[in-house]
Design a protein around this ligand. Structure first.
Ligand code: C2E
Ligand code: MG
Ligand code: MG
Ligand code: MG
Length: 281
């Protein structure tokens, strides 16, 4: 009955839109519990210091191996998880899984003791009341120093509820975790809020990095952002580094950290074990 009714309503939309709506409804239905059915996987993409190219940490990135649809991109289902509220449960699973691996990586050798993990946090998570407590509890449980955890927030999720976001970020900083603005330069970047928010990292959107090939002018924009960050005592990290040219220029522009397909693609945890294990002999 409900299905017939839904089908009738959906007839008002053209075929591609109808297909997308049906996909959204099905994904929203299949999402709860997908982490318990082991359909959710966490991949990790390292970031490196821009000069020595030593791995400094990894970003945790969700992958959903859907039983019938195959691999679903986080760009597709994170917004759905946000709308249904399931992002809270999924986010808790991401944090837990990331910290389990971090604990193991930090214990590999003296050089990996300060290894970090960056976890993406979306608007709904940031606005949820239990976030700070859950993070504090997870750090305690996994015996990971708070400074090794970075949270990546987007400009829009912070700007949404600027005042309450600022308070939450202050509590997180007081815990000792690091805070990064993700995809910096694509949202409503205003210098005033950068000055006021207790963040310590700027992650330059990959659109800027891609544009570096285009013109001198585009390179100067990156230079201005890195020097602005320095003035504000923020570290910079470039995402989406795909060429040796970009890597070289980012180092010259004194960008602190680099991440991208040219260095390493997101990969399962075992690939990071391999990256960090000391070479024997
Ligand atoms: P993001 O946090 O900005 O992550 C960077 C995206 O760029 C990732 O896509 C990554 O695979 C991709 N990428 C990395 N290097 C390169 C490169 O050199 N070239 C190109 N073209 N792309 C590159 P992915 O994994 O599909 O994730 C997409 C977005 O989904 C993320 O953007 C993030 O906003 C969201 N996301 C992923 N995992 C989580 C999660 O655990 N929680 C939340 N809330 N959001 C997540
Ligand atoms: Mg990110
Ligand atoms: Mg990003
Ligand atoms: Mg992005």
């Amino acid at each position: 009955q409900a299905k017939a009714l839904g089908g009738a309503c959906l007839q008002h939309f053209d075929a591609p839109l109808r297909a997308r709506l049906i996909e959204r409804i099905e994904l929203a239905h299949d999402l709860p519990g997908s982490e318990r059915r082991a359909e959710q996987q966490l991949h990790f993409q390292p970031f490196f210091d821009a000069h020595q190219h030593r791995p400094v940490g990894v970003e945790a990135l969700l992958r959903w191996q859907h039983p019938t649809r195959g691999l679903v991109s986080p760009e597709t289902y994170i917004p759905i998880a946000e709308e249904t509220g399931h992002i809270i449960e999924l986010g808790a699973w991401v944090l837990d899984t990331a910290l389990v691996h971090l604990r193991k990586w930090q214990s590999i050798s003296a050089e990996t003791r300060d290894f970090s993990v960056a976890v993406n946090v979306s608007a709904h998570q940031l606005a949820s009341s239990g976030l700070v407590m859950r993070i504090e509890e997870a750090l305690e449980r996994h015996q990971v120093p708070p400074s090794s955890l970075w949270l990546e927030l987007t400009e829009s999720s912070v700007m949404n509820e600027l005042e309450s976001a600022r308070k939450t970020l202050q509590r997180l900083r007081a815990l000792g975790v690091s805070l990064a603005i993700d995809d910096f330069g694509t949202g409503y970047s205003s210098l005033a809020y950068l000055r006021d928010l207790p963040v310590n990292l700027l992650k330059l959107d990959r659109a800027f990095i891609a544009a570096m090939h285009r013109s001198e002018r585009d390179q100067r924009i990156v230079a201005v952002v890195t020097s602005l960050a320095r003035e504000l005592d923020l570290k910079t990290i470039a995402e989406g580094v795909e060429t040796s040219y970009q890597l070289r220029h980012l180092a010259e522009l004194d960008c602190d950290l680099v991440q991208g397909f040219y260095l390493m693609r997101p990969a399962p945890a075992e690939a990071i074990d391999g990256l960090l294990e000391p070479v024997v002999g």
